[in-house]
Design a protein around this ligand. Structure first.
Ligand SMILES: CC(C)(COP(=O)(O)OP(=O)(O)OC[C@H]1O[C@@H](n2cnc3c(N)ncnc32)[C@H](O)[C@@H]1OP(=O)(O)O)[C@@H](O)C(=O)NCCC(=O)NCCS
Length: 135
């Protein structure tokens, strides 16, 4: 029912149907930063994991399509991304302070707040990290 896989260039139009974030998804796909979730052959969500943040694994984007939420898709995408970090001690992400859904998800998965940055967007951006393995 749910399949997670690296995105391909041909997924861009399906992603565009529900994408809410700025950025060049095709370029990110070509850099192999995007994982998609397919639910019964529908692209129902994606996550972007990159290493441009102090060379640390950083989850920059995560979206699940309306109508497919609260089925565990975001949780599965987060866990899949964590499993890609086979040699990393920590993984990082951030979200705006009002994003209760994302903050609850991060809390459920064991992420802890590690800093707040203002003036990026209207609301404060809260950074989170999770220990994947001990040094
Ligand atoms: C945040 C988001 C990705 C969650 O996707 P999802 O697939 O619905 O999440 P899941 O079904 O995997 O939920 C996992 C956990 O997240 C939390 N959660 C998710 N949606 C929630 C909601 N509407 N209210 C409260 N908690 C919520 C819960 O802890 C949930 O666990 P539970 O079902 O056992 O209570 C989705 O709401 C979304 O795409 N939002 C818009 C984009 C966004 O804000 N992205 C994050 C910032 S980059």
């Amino acid at each position: 029912m749910l399949e997670l896989r690296p995105a391909e260039g041909s997924d861009v139009s399906a992603i565009d149907e529900f994408d809410i974030f700025l950025g060049d998804r095709l370029a990110e796909i070509q850099r192999r930063e995007i994982i998609v979730a397919e639910w019964d052959n529908t692209i129902a969500g994606y996550i972007r994991l990159h290493r441009d943040f102090f060379a640390k694994p950083f989850i920059a984007l995560l979206v699940v399509k309306d109508g497919f939420r609260r089925r565990g898709i975001a949780e599965s995408l987060m866990k899949y991304s964590e499993e890609l970090c086979t040699k990393d001690e920590r993984i990082f992400t951030s979200t705006e302070s009002y994003n209760i859904e994302m903050i609850r998800l991060l809390d459920k998965l064991g992420y802890k707040p590690c800093g707040v940055v203002d003036h990026i967007q209207k609301e404060s951006e809260i950074f989170f990290s999770k220990v994947l393995r001990l040094p």
